[in-house]
Design a protein around this ligand. Structure first.
Ligand code: ASP
Ligand code: MG
Length: 411
């Protein structure tokens, strides 16, 4: 069977008219002989609205009930899309995460997919159905409904593409593809025809909103290409694929992320086991750490700072406060008017001087760097949130990304 997995995001199914045109698009591809598995997100801002309903009741909603609530958004859109296809005299069936065998761990609100039991989907495809799957949700071993984290429908699509050995995973959205940076911030930003998995993982993790980072990690692990395309256009979009098949580019993207905060635990006696204690406590609460900085000890005392997503800052501060006494630390401070700006490119590690250029471009604009971190394909600076736009523009210009040309290697 020639299977293709498509995913349509919230804006692409935001109205009934759009759902109908998605149905037309799906049937055009099906008529070309493809077996279609289609993942959909909740319509428009449904998920946000569900979140605010819960917020109107409590500031500390239980994560289990939040997953129960948020998973309903996708169930609306799968049923409507299935009806739209049936209305066109074709066969379609909608399935929830549970029904189509997406098994996750039980970490509510950020569950990870453990396995996909493809039997149900395969038998429906064999009966010539378009299979429509609720994105962003799964079921734990204990039959609890879980969700994969905001934006997680992309990950549902990638996991299904891998499990079904689809030849491609197409992510349909309201933008043309992946850009060198957000075109709303830098109008000259260029759409990239290709980008490597590694670069995309970093861009997504560093705040580019196009793809959920886990979806790229999964596709990378199994070598399934992901195409990011506009749902109302036939343009090829951006293909995320293996770096080995792409021409080199030192920097391919710049991105900013204001959704961060820093929590510091100050004046901790410098002795073995301190970091272990702090990070076990944070880890056991399911708090993901973006960045860790331990400064040089002075007078036998250390400061350890962590950067987390803003949603976790309260929780992280509480956890650290809980550890403060036993660590004999002086105080916990937190700061949330910060942002990360990152440059991403597969040539960073092999090109001397890239970091210096980045820091110089920021220094020229008197943008102070609070923290720095880097990986093989990314350099990130934490700066004052109010300078984010300026920093992104400066870096885009510094690396001349408006002129970036990058093709596939031939042969
Ligand atoms: N509906 C969920 C969200 O808004 C999942 C998704 O759209 O991918 O985050
Ligand atoms: Mg999305």
């Amino acid at each position: 069977m020639n299977i293709i997995v498509q995913k349509y995001g919230g804006t692409s199914v935001g109205t009934i008219a759009k759902i109908k045109s998605v149905a037309d698009r799906i049937l055009r591809e099906k008529e070309a002989g493809l077996a279609m598995v289609v993942v959909v997100s909740a319509m428009g801002h449904t998920t946000d609205r569900l979140v605010s309903l819960a917020r109107a009741i409590t500031r500390k909603p239980s994560r289990r009930e939040m997953d129960m609530l948020l998973s309903t958004g996708e169930q609306i859109s799968i049923a409507l899309l299935s009806l739209a296809i049936q209305e066109r005299s074709a066969k379609a069936i909608s399935l929830t995460g549970l029904q189509c065998g997406i098994v996750t761990d039980s970490n509510y609100s950020m569950a990870k997919i453990k396995s996909v039991r493809t039997g149900v989907i395969e038998s429906q495809l064999a009966k010539d159905h378009v299979v429509i799957v609720a994105g962003f949700q799964g079921v734990s071993d204990g039959f609890e409904i879980t969700t994969l984290g905001r934006g997680g429908s992309d990950t549902t699509a990638a996991a299904l593409a891998v499990a079904l050995r689809a030849r491609c995973c197409e992510i349909y959205t309201d933008v043309d593809g992946v850009f060198t940076t957000d075109p709303n911030v830098v109008p000259e930003a260029k759409q990239l025809p290709y980008i490597s998995y590694e670069e995309m993982v970093e861009l997504a993790g560093a705040g580019a909103q196009v793809l959920h980072p886990r979806s790229v990690e999964i596709a990378m692990k199994f070598g399934v290409p992901i195409a990011v395309r506009r749902s109302d256009s036939d343009a090829p979009g951006t293909v995320v694929m293996e770096a080995a098949k792409l021409e080199n580019a030192v920097i391919t993207g710049v991105t900013g992320n204001k959704n961060i905060a820093k929590v510091a635990i100050r004046g901790i006696p410098d002795r073995p086991g301190v970091a272990a204690q702090i990070f076990s406590a944070l880890g056991s609460q399911g708090i993901n750490i973006r960045l860790i900085i331990q400064s040089i000890a002075a007078d036998g005392l250390n400061d350890i700072s962590v950067v987390v997503s803003r949603e976790f800052v309260r929780q992280a501060a509480e956890v650290l406060e809980g550890q403060r006494k036993s660590l004999k630390a002086k105080e916990i401070v937190f700061h949330d008017q910060l942002a990360e700006v990152s440059i991403v490119g597969s040539g960073i590690a092999s090109t001397p001087g890239v970091a210096a250029r980045m820091f110089r471009a920021l220094a020229r604009r008197r943008i102070n760097i609070d923290l720095i971190s880097s990986s093989e394909v990314r350099i990130t600076c934490v700066i004052d949130e109010r300078r984010t736009t300026e920093a992104i523009r400066a870096l885009h210009r510094e690396f001349q990304l408006e002129r970036l040309q990058r093709g596939m290697l031939r042969g």
